[in-house]
Design a protein around this ligand. Structure first.
Ligand code: HEC
Ligand code: HEC
Length: 340
């Protein structure tokens, strides 16, 4: 008898005996979207994939993101999305911000170095299903009208990146639904949110009973950003004196290795090769304060444009992706490496 009660308590804890849909596993592992739906909030339902579309699957979506093409149900490869890029050129697929409420690039760089992940211009796909607006802030300046359709529509947001960011083609329905299916597998989990014991009790009580659901929903939503802010900045007006901040070369090295090299090492995504040779650092140091296309102030803040025959380009870093301090850190590192 005692054993039976014990089993019932455990089942109750995992939510297996609660009425309605069954919850899988302990609450910490629960995807935030499912948790919200369970609590009666359906604002993220449109981010769920339409599984009735033939060939749509999370595996196909993952393959598009990592390899640049999907795999159909019969094992055949789909067409490449872009000749130049895979999505992971510019986006991580794991968590990248230690504080989900503060997209601080300095905290992110430390986190990236600890977790050995790249430090990139695009925002991570981890938790993208939990966001409700896309290409925020100044991306309107870059993508104009395209943003109107994409701002609150995750499917159009994906299409903008397939055609514009990736300089590729529009995706087929099965490819979009596959990417959405993959995104569902990398949602924020309840355990990712910074919650007190009291917060946790509010959520578990709302889940087991029927009351306090609205409160639990707002509480959950107050623990992460539902959008990724983006503000563009110009290079410093005087490139010689730069941002007038003391650079930290150790941080600069992290940016060089985790960001620049991610695309420029061995021509991975660019014909312009970066490596750790003194000659390369001398070249970069020479151009840094200049008004040339090889100035890192220039390409860092404005990016480069896709050219007619060579459509690979470099995305700019908004201030949320590289602070002014970090720009000077990078300069300090490059200048130190160029010396001697
Ligand atoms: C060359 C760089 C690059 C490539 C390649 C790229 N993206 Fe992006 N993507 C960006 C940038 C920059 C943004 C701007 C918003 C952000 O992520 O902060 C963005 C935004 C997005 C957004 C909206 C995110 C948000 O929160 O605003 C989605 C969705 C997206 N990309 C999907 C994709 C998919 C899917 C692929 C592959 C088919 C892809 N991207 C390839 C650079 C890129
Ligand atoms: C998401 C990929 C990506 C990242 C990250 C990236 N770049 Fe680029 N970069 C490119 C592409 C693509 C080009 C276009 C030139 C080409 O392909 O030949 C380019 C162009 C440049 C150019 C101009 C080259 C020319 O001949 O016009 C410089 C300089 C440069 N990058 C430096 C950097 C530095 C420094 C960093 C790190 C702060 C960095 N890049 C990060 C992809 C990237």
């Amino acid at each position: 008898m005692a054993r039976l009660i014990f089993v019932l308590i455990i089942l109750g804890y995992f939510g297996l005996t609660s009425p309605g849909r069954q919850l899988a596993g302990p609450i910490g592992q629960m995807p935030v979207g499912e948790l919200l739906a369970e609590l009666g909030d359906h604002s993220l339902d449109s981010h769920a994939p339409d599984h009735s579309v033939r060939n749509a699957s999370a595996e196909a979506g993952k393959s598009i993101v990592f390899n640049g093409y999907g795999i159909k149900a019969n094992g055949k490869k789909g067409k490449r999305v872009s000749r130049h890029f895979e999505c992971i050129a510019c986006h991580n697929v794991v968590r990248e911000d230690p504080n989900l409420l503060d997209p601080d690039p300095e905290a992110r760089l430390t986190y990236a170095s600890e977790h050995q992940i790249p430090f990139l211009q695009g925002t991570t796909f981890y938790g993208i299903s939990n966001r409700t607006s896309f290409y925020n802030g100044d991306y309107e300046k870059k993508y104009g009208e395209l943003v109107d359709q994409a701002r609150h529509n995750i499917r159009e947001a994906i299409q903008v990146c397939a055609t514009e960011c990736s300089q590729g083609r529009r995706l087929k329905d099965w490819e979009v639904e596959s990417i959405l299916a993959y995104f569902q597998t990398i949602q924020l989990k309840f355990g990712d949110l910074e919650v007190s014991d009291q917060d946790r009790a509010v959520v578990t009580n709302a889940l087991s009973g029927q009351s306090g659901r609205d409160e639990a929903v707002s509480l959950i939503k107050s623990k992460y950003l539902d959008h990724s802010p983006a503000h563009f900045v110009d290079p410093p007006a005087d490139r010689k004196t730069g941002n007038q901040l003391e650079g930290d070369p150790a941080n600069g090295k992290l940016i060089y290795d985790l960001s620049c090299m991610h695309c420029h090492e061995n021509k991975r995504y660019s014909f312009f090769v970066l490596d750790n040779q003194k000659m390369t650092f001398r070249f970069l140091a020479h151009h840094f304060p200049k008004f040339t296309k090889h100035s890192i102030y220039q390409v860092g803040r404005y990016g480069t444009s896709p050219l007619m025959l060579k459509r690979a380009y470099m995305p700019n870093y908004p201030i949320e992706k590289m602070s002014r301090q970090q720009m000077e850190d990078l300069r300090a590192y490059i200048e130190a490496q160029a010396q001697g």
